[in-house]
Design a protein around this ligand. Structure first.
Ligand SMILES: Nc1ncnc2c1ncn2[C@@H]1O[C@H](COP(=O)(O)OP(=O)(O)OP(=O)(O)O)[C@@H](O)[C@H]1O
Ligand SMILES: [Mg+2]
Length: 254
């Protein structure tokens, strides 16, 4: 089993969106996925509930049987128990969301992971806090004598414009991106990051209600009036799948 923890000092940085994307991609790859919510507002743990309450207007898709969730309450022992149980249940990937701030519980969650992901929006203010989160995680890792390299830490470009996504491709044209985007992109290139970005999209905004993207795309495809929407969901699912595939390269097998 692989465990990914998502951290960022700032609220609203895109942590939970990244968790939804990773879960969608991993399910699309046929993996068994478990979500652990380490945030007190329980955005991630309530994903299924929100999906069920959503006014679908079309036939509601089935919640995938290979996606489970729980919220983390209590001590660090509770976290290790949850991870042991997930492993015994044959989970391939556990994704843990955290709350904003520089909290000790976030350090515990980060330390329990094989891979730590930090979402990053392409503006200088967000970059500063993402970089500071990265430095915090590196310092935490080096405070453990046998943890010089692991867990691995990667930034993920999130809420990215089409311009910056195009600019990330090799030998690309950077003339269409803003100065802020250029600044962040050039900083990002100096750091460990995942090649696949998360696009800025309405579909990402809808993720709290859509549930995992694969079933949501299929449900919209079946319905005459929502085929176009199915296309845009499928497009974002491609990014989600790319992202999940990339994470498989880091820190242990699934
Ligand atoms: N790729 C994206 N495209 C469009 N909107 C996005 C994208 N990523 C995040 N957002 C929006 O930004 C807001 C904050 O995102 P999210 O809830 O994922 O952040 P968070 O770090 O989990 O926040 P918190 O710290 O409050 O838990 C949400 O309204 C979300 O829909
Ligand atoms: Mg959140």
């Amino acid at each position: 089993m692989k465990t990914i923890s998502i951290v960022h000092k700032k609220g609203g940085a895109g942590k939970t969106t990244l968790a939804y994307m990773l879960a969608s991609g991993a399910l699309n790859l046929g993996l068994k996925v478990h979500l652990i919510d380490g945030d007190r507002n329980l955005q991630l743990a309530n994903w299924k509930h929100r999906f069920e309450e959503y006014n679908w207007e079309i036939e509601r898709p089935q919640w995938p049987h290979n996606l489970t969730h729980e919220n983390l309450h209590g001590s660090i022992d509770g976290l290790y128990e949850a991870l042991d149980k997930a492993e015994r249940n044959g989970i391939n990937l556990t994704i843990i969301d955290t709350r904003p701030g520089s909290n000790e519980d976030t350090e515990d969650i980060a330390y329990a992971a094989d891979l730590i992901l930090i979402p990053l929006r392409a503006n200088p203010a967000d970059y500063e806090l993402a970089k500071s989160t990265y430095d915090w995680m590196v310092a935490l890792r080096s405070s453990f004598p046998d943890m010089e390299q692991y867990p691995e830490i990667r930034m993920v470009l999130s809420d990215a414009s089409k311009g910056i996504i195009d600019a990330m491709a090799p030998e690309s044209d950077v003339s269409k991106i803003t100065k802020s985007e250029y600044f962040v992109l050039s900083q990002l290139m100096e750091m460990p990051f995942l090649d696949t970005p998360i696009p800025a999209s309405k579909v990402c905004e809808q993720l709290p209600f859509f549930g995992p993207l694969g079933p949501a795309a299929e449900a919209h495809e079946k319905n005459k009036g929502t085929k176009l929407q199915s296309k845009s969901i499928t497009k974002i699912l491609e990014f989600a799948t790319g992202l999940s595939k990339e994470t498989l390269r880091y820190g242990g097998s699934v």
